[in-house]
Design a protein around this ligand. Structure first.
Ligand SMILES: CC(C)(COP(=O)(O)OP(=O)(O)OC[C@H]1O[C@@H](n2cnc3c(N)ncnc32)[C@H](O)[C@@H]1OP(=O)(O)O)[C@@H](O)C(=O)NCCC(=O)NCCS
Length: 154
C-alpha cells in the first residue's frame, strides 16, 4: 500500500540514510557529505507543511522537501526530492511536484524554483520534462556550479 503524508522529525534519519544510495554515489564521499549537510534536521522541524513523504508498505519510497520563499511569498522552492531507484519512472516524482504546485497555487504563488548540480543530468532531464526552464550555470561560484530552474505556475 502506498501512502503520502507530511514528514515529521522522526523521518530525518530515514531520509539521511538514502541520500547516498538514491543519488547513485554522485560525487563520491564528498557528494554524500554535501547532501547530508544540505538536509539537516531543521527541515523536519520547521518546513514540514510544504514537504511530503511517500511510503510503500511502510518503507520510504520518496520524499520532497520544499518551502515558501521568506523574501517573496509568490515564489516557492523545492530544496530536495528523491524517489527510490526501484520505483522510478512510474510518475512518483511528477505526483510529488503536482502536489507542491497545487499547494503553491492555492496560497497564491506564481512560480516554483529549484537548483540542481551540473553533474546531476538525470535531475536536469526530469526538471526540463516537468516544465522548468532557463538553467543558469555557475550559480554558487567557482567550484560550486549549480543549475537553476524556474517554473511559472500560470
Ligand atoms: C529525479 C527523480 C526525482 C525523478 O523521479 P521519478 O519518479 O522517476 O520521475 P517521474 O517518473 O515522475 O518522471 C517524470 C518525467 O520526467 C522524466 N524523467 C525522470 N527522470 C528522468 C531521467 N533521469 N532522464 C530523463 N527523463 C527523466 C520521465 O520520463 C517523466 O516524463 P513523462 O511523464 O513525460 O514520461 C528521481 O530520478 C530521483 O530521485 N533521482 C535521484 C535524486 C535526485 O537527483 N533528485 C533531484 C535533485 S535534489
Amino acid at each position: 500500500m502506498t501512502t503520502s503524508r507530511e514528514p515529521d522529525e522522526n523521518d530525518h534519519a530515514r531520509v539521511q540514510a538514502v541520500l547516498g544510495p538514491w543519488w547513485g554515489g554522485l560525487k563520491g564521499d564528498a557528494g554524500a557529505l554535501e547532501r547530508a549537510l544540505l538536509v539537516p534536521r531543521l527541515y523536519f522541524q520547521h518546513f514540514t507543511g510544504t514537504s511530503r513523504l511517500v511510503e510503500r508498505d511502510g518503507e520510504l519510497a520518496a520524499f520532497l522537501i520544499g518551502f515558501v520563499s521568506q523574501t517573496d511569498p509568490a515564489t516557492w522552492y523545492i530544496h530536495f526530492v528523491g524517489v527510490d531507484p526501484a520505483l522510478r519512472g512510474q510518475g512518483i516524482g511528477r505526483e510529488l511536484y503536482a502536489w507542491f504546485f497545487e499547494q503553491a497555487r492555492r496560497r497564491g504563488a506564481k512560480r516554483v524554483k529549484c537548483v540542481t548540480s551540473p553533474e546531476n543530468t538525470g535531475s536536469q532531464a526530469y526538471h526540463a520534462r516537468l516544465g522548468f526552464a532557463a538553467p543558469v550555470p555557475d550559480y554558487d561560484g567557482p567550484g560550486l556550479a549549480r543549475v537553476v530552474f524556474t517554473r511559472e505556475l500560470g
